[in-house]
Design a protein. Structure first.
Lengths: 280, 784
């Protein structure tokens, strides 16, 4: 319940946050919504020297029309994302998935930037932005850069962010009427992390299925794209056959929620259901 | 008319709990709300190993840390203990109980305490505890109850030469027939998963040194009275110098029915340091430092004639004690020992319990304590016996139900009352079993992923602990009585002092209802005091569904004494014989002259002023009754669960739960519903979610609320609750206990429903909890 000692600073701007990260020499953690970090602090699993609180960066809490994409500020809370009309219209898999995260308390404090930067392979949103091919915008000393989601998640709790970079925005593509979607989450209790989650997007060309993008939750050290299954769909395979290929390249963990073998089975079931739903 | 026949106004009414408003608006007083000036804070240094010897321990760095007042190792405090930590239930003469103390030099479970640090703040104490430098010599550990007696396994207490703690048997042989010779014999193995109590308020202790060698202990305890006796004995203090207070306590479920190391440490250290010492458990600390429940391996056998008449039941149980014996650890299996025949008339009875030590957190009482373990194996095996006989599962139950009361069980105890058929009849009225079976058939025919199952549990239990003579006969150290004092103040308002110690149950409300009816006053005129040995000097506290059928009944007898004295006084004032007075609703009238009246309120003033009392009568209107129940309390009922199982993922979800309970007279239906809701949820949770697991080395894997799955409201349907009522003839209120019925009844109904949902796929058994993976694997195995 009681964290180890840490210093605390309030970031007054993104630039200030970058400065605090740089001054901390890698031992400063950003506090966004705190829904993962604060429990880790209380369990003394995380023992940063300093927290830089992003809580006052309200200018990073937004959902905006970006033309071909919808731009979501990193400090936007899950509950806001879940209820956003623009996302509901153009990229409903994001708002739907935001509503599946944790419990109401978590959704009202946790942020989209926080969950992506945390890099937890068991979190819901990383696999969704991966399947969407979203762009993640980071700001550091050298200014802003855009990191494709496919390059963002590098390991367990590791991302492509430099030690002094702050994630500021997520750009998710607008899905046209030709794209079907589903996010299927298998979990024990309502507020639990996914034992396995599958995000599926099915793209149609002139009414017939042209391809699919599939993101997997908790099936390896990072959120994964199920390339073999995607290729199968693109090659005209049946949903059942494609779903059977969903575990190719995955290394599902074994823990109290399920063995690796069970997770692999579960991923195939959830992938089939997600693809069926996305195909409508 | 006697007090116990007074007209009822409050008893039976859904009176809202008077406790709730202060608790829900943050105006309760929990232990952690109290921090007297000068308080220091304690942190316990705990073993990261399941079994390890402390080869050296260096407190230098901890003592030098910011804010640290003192630090102590086990050796430093050895002389503070005048006795080992208490176990009040040596179940056999030969039982092994190796002495253990609040701190140890050999850790025997992960979380065993080896040192304490005292600092000016809780955070400083926690930080400094990390600086205690311990050299460990790890030893081999055994965590698995099923292997504890195998050859060559590590020994928790090597001096004993074995991990066996005791063997306890109860055998009767009424008919002389051998079990093996029966027409049908069904024998099954079951495991009751280890459960980890999660009271919403973790444990907390505040020990205050007094000016005259006295101490006051504020503790999140269910048992202030018992605790007082035992901490005095352990610390070598006069009981008169020890006051124990249980202020508002946020749940316990048995986990606060104990004498804990931290209580003794805080008391010893407050005396050494001359300052108040406080300790508040962290939630993850709760997982290792507070007792666990269950962890039983059982082989259960039923034998029957071809017509379904059950002739024998036999239970062979191996029960994990954990590393040490806590207050009633060895007695937990015995709380179910007399009811392994369930609500059925089974003439031949055999139960054998083997208690074993493992390198795990000690087990002890957890809601139901010994009885859920019994009901589960009985009800699961009843299903299989019915299948084996080719009989309907409910028909087999009905055929064997005890149907005449009082009924003396083969195990020797006598059930005072009940109507088991009535509960099952009512259950079926509500359930729509035909509709459910039709729906199940349709889904099976359609081969859809989500299949439906229905499970039943017809149960009885014994609670209301307990007749003192029986407790003595089974070697429990204390009695099972309780006390009530009623004081009628000079102005007529009423003070009740109870020996029970509520920690969420609502005794203040329910006791007021009972007393207001007895003495004919408004419920708001009754105050109820409890949980402080300076206020309530004797009592046996709250556990085992005993508060109402023991402490609540004591109220009636105390009220009788008040009425008797008031009657004498009224007769004296009205110059009539006491026999000429009629009593009703708090008022005495002269038979035939109803205008001649004296109220209890008025008589209370007379008794207080004492100007005109009958010769020899003491002033004041106050009475105490101590009630020792002549029998246990015997609730019963019939429950059904409806479950949907996703046969592809193995995910089982409860869709309906119907409970019909017979708890005798219901004093407050809101409170009873609340108890039943919570109780059912804990049984469902055992069936589907909660499982305390250790790895081979004895590391607790389910060590927090992320990995130990306590369900939330989102996992549960709205329960459908009904009642039947057969009043207990044992007590004047007709009440029975209700605190544990739901937990005792529900797990086998839920597991029965899960198995029923996939039985058409060939699945016959799924062990608890029925996790998605276990259900999936059961389906896979049945297919192959």
């Amino acid at each position: 319940v009681i964290p180890a000692r840490f210093d605390y600073d309030v970031a007054e701007s993104v630039e200030h946050a970058v400065e605090l990260l740089g001054a901390g020499g890698g031992d400063t953690k950003l506090l966004a919504g705190g829904q993962s970090l604060i429990p880790a602090l209380k369990l003394r699993i995380a023992r940063p020297a300093k927290l830089a609180d992003l809580g006052r960066l309200t200018d990073l809490a937004y959902v905006k029309d970006g033309g071909t994409h919808v731009a979501i500020g990193a400090m936007t809370r899950h509950a806001t994302v879940a209820a956003d009309a623009l996302l509901d219209e153009h990229c409903p898999i994001v708002s739907y998935t935001a509503a599946q995260i944790g419990d109401p308390q978590v959704r009202h404090r946790g942020t989209i930037g926080g969950t992506l930067s945390h890099g937890d392979p068991a979190s819901d949103m990383p696999a969704v932005v991966l399947a969407l091919g979203a762009d993640l915008v980071a700001r550091g000393k050298g200014g802003e850069r855009v990191i494709p989601a496919t390059e963002f998640f590098t390991g367990v709790f590791e991302t492509a962010l430099e030690p002094d970079e702050v994630l500021v925005e997520v750009r998710v593509p607008k899905l046209g009427a030709s794209t079907g979607w589903a996010y299927a989450k298998a979990h024990r209790r309502r507020q639990d992390w996914a034992t396995v989650g599958v995000a599926a997007l099915v793209h149609r060309d002139n009414g017939s299925v042209a391809g699919a993008s599939i993101g997997l939750v908790n099936m390896g050290g990072t959120p994964l794209r199920a390339k073999a299954a995607e290729d199968a769909i693109a090659g005209g395979a049946s949903v059942a056959d494609a779903a059977a290929a969903v575990t190719e390249g995955a290394e599902p963990p074994s823990d109290l929620s399920g063995s690796s073998e069970y997770r692999a089975h579960l991923a195939r079931v959830m992938a089939r259901r997600a693809l069926e739903q996305a195909m409508g | 008319m006697s007090a116990t026949e007074a007209k009822t106004a409050y008893v039976g009414a859904p009176v809202k709990r008077r406790e709730d408003e202060p608790l829900l608006t943050g105006r309760g007083t929990y232990v952690d709300n109290m921090t007297p000036v000068g308080t220091v804070f304690m942190a316990v240094v705990r073993s990261p190993f399941a079994h390890a010897r402390v080869t050296s321990i260096d407190l230098t760095a901890a003592k030098a840390a910011d804010g640290v007042v003192a630090a102590f190792s086990a050796a430093d405090l050895r002389d503070d203990w005048k006795a080992a930590m208490p176990c009040a239930w040596p179940v056999t003469e030969e039982m092994k109980n190796p002495p253990h103390y609040p701190l140890t030099e050999v850790a025997r479970y992960q979380g065993d305490g080896v040192a304490v640090v005292i600092a000016e703040s809780r955070a400083q104490a926690k930080d400094a505890a990390e600086l205690v430098d311990v050299d460990w010599e790890p030893l081999d550990a055994i965590a698995d109850v099923s292997k504890a007696l195998a050859d060559g396994v590590p020994l928790v207490h090597p001096d004993l030469g074995s991990n066996e703690c005791y063997v306890w048997r109860l055998d009767t042989d009424a008919t002389g027939e051998k079990l093996e010779d029966a027409d049908v014999v069904v024998s099954r193995h079951y495991y009751q998963p280890r459960l980890i109590p999660n009271a919403i308020e973790p444990r907390a202790v505040l020990a205050l040194p007094g000016a005259a060698g006295d101490v006051t202990l504020y503790s999140t305890t269910q048992i202030p009275h018992i605790l007082r006796v035992l901490v005095a004995a352990t610390l070598g203090l006069h009981e008169a110098k020890v006051r124990v207070v249980a202020p508002d306590v946020g749940g316990g479920f048995g986990s606060k029915l104990d004498v804990y190391a931290e209580e003794l440490l805080a008391l010893a250290l407050c005396r050494r340091l001359g300052r108040p010492v406080k300790w508040v458990e962290e939630r993850s600390e709760n997982y290792v430092a507070t007792i666990h429940g269950r962890d039983f391996v059982t082989e259960y056998t039923l034998a029957a004639r071809k017509d379904g008449t059950i002739t024998h039941c036999r239970a062979r149980v191996t029960a994990a004690m954990g590393a040490y014996l806590q207050l009633v650890t060895p007695g937990i299996p015995l709380l179910g020992a007399w009811i392994y025949s369930g609500p059925y008339a089974i003439p031949n009875y055999s139960v054998e319990f083997t208690g074993v030590f493992t390198n795990t957190t000690p087990t002890d009482a957890y809601r139901g304590a010994g009885r859920p373990e019994a009901t589960y194996v009985i009800e699961r095996t009843m299903n299989d016996l019915a299948d084996e006989l080719g009989m309907d599962r409910l028909e087999l139950r009905r055929k064997n139900f005890i149907s005449e009361f009082p009924f003396t069980l083969a195990s020797g105890l006598t059930i005072d009352s009940g109507d088991y058929h009535a509960s099952l009849d009512k259950l079926l009225e509500v359930l729509d079993l035909d509709g459910l079976r039709a729906e199940q058939e349709t889904r099976r025919e359609n081969g859809v992923a989500k299949q439906l199952g229905v499970g039943f549990s017809t149960y009885n239990e014994m609670c209301g602990l307990a007749p003192s003579r029986i407790l003595g006969a089974i070697r429990y150290a204390a009695g099972g009585w309780d006390q009530a004092t009623i004081r009628v103040h000079p102005t007529g308002s009423i003070q009740v002092v109870t020996g029970t110690s509520p920690h969420g149950q609502g005794h203040e409300t329910a006791w007021s209802q009972i007393v207001a009816d007895q003495l004919g006053c408004e419920i708001g005129e009754v105050e109820v005091l409890h949980g402080d040995t300076a206020v309530s000097s004797i009592g046996m506290d709250s556990y085992g569904s005993r508060s109402l059928p023991v402490g609540g009944v004591a109220l009636c007898y105390a009220a009788d004494k008040i009425i008797d004295k008031a009657r004498e006084l009224a007769a004296h004032e009205l110059e009539v014989s006491p026999d000429d007075l009629e009593y009703a609703d708090g008022s005495f009238t002269v038979k035939g002259s109803p205008d001649k009246e004296r109220t209890i309120k008025a008589l209370a003033f007379t008794a207080w002023s004492a100007h005109n009392l009958p010769d020899g009568m003491e002033p004041g209107l106050e009475a105490t009754a101590v009630y020792d129940p002549p029998n246990f309390s015997w609730p019963a009922g019939a429950h059904a669960a409806v479950v949907e199982v996703d046969t592809e993922t193995g995910d089982a979800r409860l869709v309906r739960y119907v409970a019909v309970d017979d708890v005798g007279t219901v004093v407050n239906p809101l409170i009873v519903d609340g108890q039943v809701h919570g109780g059912i949820t804990q049984g469902i949770s055992t069936a589907l979610y909660e499982e305390g697991t250790y790895d081979e080395e004895g590391n607790l894997q389910s060590a927090n609320l992320v990995t130990y799955l306590v369900p939330s409201a989102a996992e549960l349907p709205s329960f459908e609750l009904e009642r039947t009522e057969s009043k207990s003839p044992t007590n004047p209120l007709g009440v029975k206990g209700v605190g544990e019925t739901g937990t005792i009844a529900s797990a086998p109904a839920v597991i029965g429903a899960v198995i029923d949902a996939v039985s058409h796929l060939g699945v016959k058994d799924i062990q608890m909890p029925a996790t998605p993976e276990r259900v999936w694997r059961a389906i896979q195995e049945a297919k192959s």
